[in-house]
Design a binder for this molecule. Structure first.
Ligand SMILES: [Zn+2]
Length: 398
């Protein structure tokens, strides 16, 4: 048999190849074998009729928190329920606890797990005792050494800029850049209130990533009180700096996103910043839901898919393997549909917008293996009284 599985006659959207049409997708083992108008069904062990459905590469979530040794961490396998086949941890661990994260979560995960390593040696702490209040925690040398040993899964360095860096934000940033430079990988920078965005933007290199580009809590990408986009941001984009959404529980504002769209400033990648404090009510963040919000803002479906498949894969320098349905790529595929109805979409300021389209996963294929969305058993850690304190602090600052 030439194929193990053929997905028959779905509307295939693969921005990496400029494909948008009714096609068959043939899978052999864990690889994409062929994408064509018609594949010979006699040549396949299994067939899945996906006519009337949409098919795209398995989604890549560029920003989430999957190290459960941290209060923020969530079991990454839950993402198979959301149509995501590759998740990227945004610095929940640092060089000290990364080996534990790797051994107990990354290895053997049902979903592919990659990670940015935090420049702070223990990764994320808690909003009231943040990871870079003391600059001694920033360890470029040790971070580079651990990355060097784990290049198969580590994709860059992470730093958060804002209240968590106290008065030495730029000095901490320089240390993170030193580590990133040393291992020739991107730096992902979180911006929140207190970040010196113009200074940060001037220092970022092509391929570095700014996350929380539509946060509305101050010190964002625009001149204060929603003025024009900062000139340093425009310059950085021209240089090849990547702008990522990172929704979370405090970093997505309808007002900021709308204003940015009016100024023709769109994100390069759409990600969830999924963590323990935004996965349940009231926000219930997941990637398909976040993508639906960008449809509501007027983005096309092709564009939204591009920003959750090909673009994040490129940002990770893995575009020949993931985020694509090219022949020979890993067989990570999402079958989904657009539900029609009346839906409410919340930003992190509790402002609701109504929309009539919502994306919904139908079938997830990860390395050639089929998963039914919603069926994957995952357990969130218990939410304690102490978590309400953390949640409040996260919402206020970080
Ligand atoms: Zn985050």
């Amino acid at each position: 048999m030439k194929y193990d599985l053929i997905l028959k006659q779905g509307r295939v959207i693969d921005p990496s190849q400029g494909i948008n049409g009714i096609l068959d997708v043939g899978i052999k083992g864990n690889k994409i074998e062929d994408v064509r108008a018609q594949l010979d069904t006699n040549e396949s062990a299994e067939l899945l009729d996906v006519s009337g459905k949409l098919v795209c590469p398995g989604l890549v979530d560029l920003h989430g928190h999957w190290y459960e040794g941290s209060i923020y961490g969530v079991d990454p396998n839950i993402c198979l329920n959301h149509g995501v086949t590759t998740v990227v941890d945004a610095g929940t661990s640092g060089f000290i606890n990364f080996p534990y994260f790797r051994k107990h979560t990354i290895e053997g995960g049902s979903v592919r797990i990659l990670a940015f390593l935090h420049i702070s040696c223990l990764g994320l702490h808690a909003p009231f005792a943040e990871e870079l209040r003391d600059l001694l925690y920033a360890r470029p040398k040790e971070t580079a050494i651990v990355i060097e040993k784990n290049r198969d899964v580590v994709v860059g360095v992470k730093i958060r800029q804002g209240q968590m860096t106290g008065t030495h934000g730029i000095e901490a940033l320089e240390r993170a850049l030193e580590a990133a430079e040393d291992v020739s990988l991107p730096l992902m920078v979180h911006i929140s209130k207190g970040a010196d965005v113009p200074e940060i933007m001037e220092r970022l290199r092509p391929g570095d990533i700014l996350t929380h580009c539509f946060q509305g809590r101050g010190d964002g990408i625009m001149v204060p009180s929603a003025g024009p986009i900062l000139p340093q941001v425009i310059e950085a984009r021209k240089r090849g700096v990547i702008f990522d959404v990172g929704h979370g529980c405090g970093s997505f504002s309808w007002e900021t996103a709308r204003k940015a769209f009016e100024l023709f400033f769109y994100p390069d990648t759409i990600s969830t910043d999924l963590h323990r404090y935004c996965i349940e009510d009231p926000f219930r963040v997941d990637l398909l839901n976040t993508m639906s919000k960008f449809l509501l803002l007027g983005m096309t479906l092709e564009d939204v898919i591009s920003k959750t498949t090909f673009n994040p894969a490129k940002a990770l320098h893995r575009e020949s393997e993931i985020g694509t349905l090219r022949n020979g790529a890993i067989a990570d595929v999402l079958v989904f549909e657009e539900e029609e109805g009346e839906f409410e979409f919340l930003d992190t300021h509790f402002r609701a917008l109504k929309g009539n389209r919502k994306l919904k996963a139908v079938q997830v294929i990860r390395e050639g293996k089929m998963f039914e969305p919603g069926s994957y058993p995952t357990r969130l850690r218990a939410f304690y009284e102490s978590d309400y304190e953390v949640f409040r602090a996260v919402r206020e600052g970080a």
